[in-house]
Design a protein around this ligand. Structure first.
Ligand code: SF4
Ligand code: SF4
Length: 373
């Protein structure tokens, strides 16, 4: 859904309720969280920890226009539930001891706060390469913060690809030994549930929609995939919703960035990247990467950037799924058009799409084999 206008609080509540229903989530197996949520706290304190990050995730999310971020993090977004941002190093007014006191007081409410982690966690040399604040003159590492705050949090949101998979700080040769939040928790035996919201940066809607759903329906209202990502936002491949998909299925590939055809041969990672960028669009519905003639670089995959590098080389595809909603494309004299199969209805379209995908896959395999010869 793309929001085109500023919302009143009333509008937002209605929208959030609809979004929660639409998300249809399920994150089971965390009875502790459900018990706590049933107690219906009036206020949900939030600690936003910025570890190995460029701050881009904060900038992206804080630029949410409709609803504005203060509707989410300050206002009473759900009747009886108020989110209170207690600590965020970049935007909080307090600094030094005052800021650390706010952090400590919130952390003392064990099991009563939500932790948002932005950025990867350096672990080499006891995590000395990222320190946030100090106590008694000694720096506190992000690793210590993530471990101490994570084990006592109600729930954790890993925000951005660096927090979800290590991202750019963890790219080879990874001199700081940076890892994801999930890896830190696994190594420390921390069982606190983590919702992963990858993206470099993540789309504001992915964060806002997830927070609203948790507030309205609890953590159990968020259906996640095997990697902890909300299915509502990361359930489909970029490739399956791409407007250029018809050209891929026909084997019509752009040779330069200015051509309107499929960008696969110019390195597009849409076939291996899960996100809804083609239908959600960025900057309040303005455009998205492929729409601006830039191949998707796979920034939402937890294995970004190493597994999708070099960005300008075609990625290996091991199977082609049919497009989600687009009709297959047919070649005509002098151009391309949506195929006649579009008139066969949804089922016919999917079958035709799958067939076209198989054709594209075999063409790609032949091209790759030709190149290797
Ligand atoms: S390879 Fe990229 S440009 Fe081509 S259809 Fe897939 S997502 Fe779109
Ligand atoms: S299209 Fe690809 S590179 Fe662009 S924001 Fe989406 S996942 Fe990232």
């Amino acid at each position: 859904m793309v929001l085109q206008r500023e919302l009143s609080r009333r509008d937002f509540l209605k929208l959030s309720a609809g979004s929660a229903a639409g998300l249809g989530l399920l994150l089971s197996g965390f009875p502790r969280f459900e018990e706590l949520l049933a107690a219906a706290v009036d206020e949900v304190p939030v600690i936003w920890l910025q570890a190995g990050t460029c701050t881009g995730c904060s900038v992206a999310v804080l630029n949410s226009l409709s609803p504005r971020i203060q509707n989410i993090l300050v206002d009473e977004v759900v009747p009886g539930k108020h989110v209170s941002l207690r600590y965020h190093a970049t935007i909080m007014a307090g600094a030094g001891d005052v800021a650390m006191k706010a952090l400590e007081e919130t952390a003392a409410k064990k099991g009563g706060y939500v932790l948002i982690v932005e950025g990867a966690i350096p672990t080499k040399d006891n995590g000395v390469y990222c320190q946030i604040g100090e106590k008694d003159g000694n720096g506190i590492t992000a690793l210590q913060h993530a471990t101490n705050l994570g084990q006592n949090a109600l729930a954790v949101i890993a925000l951005g690809t660096c927090a979800v998979g290590g991202g750019i700080p963890a790219a080879a040769p990874n001199p700081t030994g940076s890892v994801s939040v999930g890896t830190v928790f696994a190594d420390a035996g921390i069982k606190t549930p983590v919702i992963n919201l990858p993206g470099c940066p993540p789309h504001p809607d992915w964060f806002v929609g997830t927070v609203a759903s948790v507030l309205i329906g609890g953590l159990s209202s968020v259906q996640v995939d095997e990697q902890g990502r909300p299915v509502a936002f990361y359930g489909k491949l970029i490739h399956d919703n791409c407007p250029r998909r018809g050209y891929f299925d026909l084997g019509k590939f752009a040779k330069t960035l200015s051509e309107p055809y499929c960008l696969y041969e110019l390195g597009c990672k849409g076939p291996v990247t899960h996100a809804d960028c083609p239908i959600r669009l960025w900057n309040s519905g303005t455009n998205w990467c492929v729409g601006a003639n830039a191949p998707c670089i796979g920034c939402c995959e937890p294995t970004f950037p190493d597994a999708v590098s070099p960005f300008r080389q075609p990625v290996a595809i091991y199977g082609v799924t049919p497009p989600s909603w687009l009709p297959p494309m047919e070649e005509e004299k002098g151009g391309f058009s949506a195929g006649a199969a579009a008139g066969l209805g949804a089922i016919g379209g999917v079958v035709a799409g799958a067939a076209a995908g198989a054709v594209a896959a075999s063409r790609l395999a032949k091209r790759q084999a030709d190149k290797e010869d």
